[in-house]
Design a binder for this molecule. Structure first.
Ligand code: AFP
Length: 304
């Protein structure tokens, strides 16, 4: 399955990024092909035995984490491998660490047994540790395991999308992807009864402006939809019983914020940009409003 991925490698080469960063991105993209195959295997198995236990799905989380940690561990210039599946970072003891990696190996894994789309989210930080604000990201990408397996990527020079073709190669589908100032869809996370009054009024405003609700429970497909439909807003807000919200700053929000900012969008916790939030702990959570500038700035008005 380790094809040469000529188009992906050429794109990365043409961007002029550091060869070690190119190799790291390609290595993770090859690992994602194995994960994609394992998900299809699990889907077939779960589809055959509907009463499969939750533990089987969770194994997919752990297996994906193992495939990715092995892949990153083979490179001798990585400082830390941090995974949403692990309590602590894996310090790789390389003498000259150039990059450190945050990974959510399989975000949305609770959706595997209902055959909905899920994803892998990758953040690549400069230097020996991942405990840095998002402006320290060298690159960010996600792999979306849906009807197609796609890879959406940025190194700060715009956003592009690759599609995994039947021959197992990532082929370039779109480049310089941008979203509009204002969209037409909203993706509202969290239980409605736990929403703050400001958030409730904001969502009601969007509904009164005829925004269409699009929410699958999978962060990667839900945010990908806003990117590919060229606009709208995904929110997982501060909740009355969880003021920091649910989603993880390092593993989920920083990479997606980097991508959406590069596509001309915004990502904030309501007060400051996601990429500027100081990082104090590995599994730190944050509220998020991410998507078109109009909708994100509109929420800030409600917060005032
Ligand atoms: P799982 O990984 O447990 O399925 O959670 C997925 C997720 O972290 C993220 O992908 C979704 O945006 C969010 O949770 C959905 O949360 P709710 O189930 O509370 O809507």
């Amino acid at each position: 399955m380790d094809h040469k991925d000529v188009q992906l490698r050429k794109y990365l080469y043409d961007e002029g990024i550091d060869p070690d960063l190119r190799r790291l991105i390609h290595a993770i993209s090859v690992a994602s092909k194995y994960i994609s195959g394992k998900i299809n295997e699990a889907n077939r198995k779960l589809a055959g035995t509907r009463n499969a236990s939750n533990e089987e799905q969770l194994e997919l989380d752990k297996l994906s984490d193992l495939i990715l940690s092995d892949t990153v561990g083979e490179l001798d210039y990585i400082g830390e491998y941090a995974s949403e599946e692990r309590d602590e970072t894996l310090v790789l003891n390389n003498p000259h660490p150039k990059y450190s990696v945050t990974i959510d190996p399989l975000d949305g894994s609770s959706l595997v047994d209902v055959n909905l789309s899920i994803g892998t989210i990758v953040g690549i930080h400069y230097g020996k540790t991942v405990l840095k604000h998002g402006r320290n990201l060298a690159a960010a990408f996600y792999i979306l395991y849906g009807p197609l397996t796609t890879l959406v990527y940025t190194s700060g020079q715009g956003v592009c999308e690759f599609v995994l073709n039947p021959e197992g190669e990532f082929v370039l589908a779109q480049k310089n992807i941008t979203i509009k100032e204002k969209g037409k869809i909203y993706s509202p996370g969290g239980l409605k009864k736990s929403w703050t009054d400001e958030h409730k009024e904001f969502i009601e405003r969007l509904e009164n402006e005829d925004y269409k609700l699009r929410y699958s429970g999978g962060l990667v497909p839900d945010v990908n939809q806003i990117l590919m439909k060229k606009g709208g807003i995904f929110s997982y807000p501060a909740l009355k019983d969880a003021p920091e919200g649910k989603l993880r700053l390092l593993f989920e929000l920083q990479p997606l914020a980097f991508i959406l900012e590069q596509a001309g969008g915004m990502a904030t916790n309501g007060r400051i940009d996601i990429l500027d939030i100081p990082v104090n702990s590995l599994h730190q959570r944050s509220p998020i409003y991410i998507g078109s500038k109009y909708e994100v700035n509109l929420f800030k008005e409600y917060l005032k």
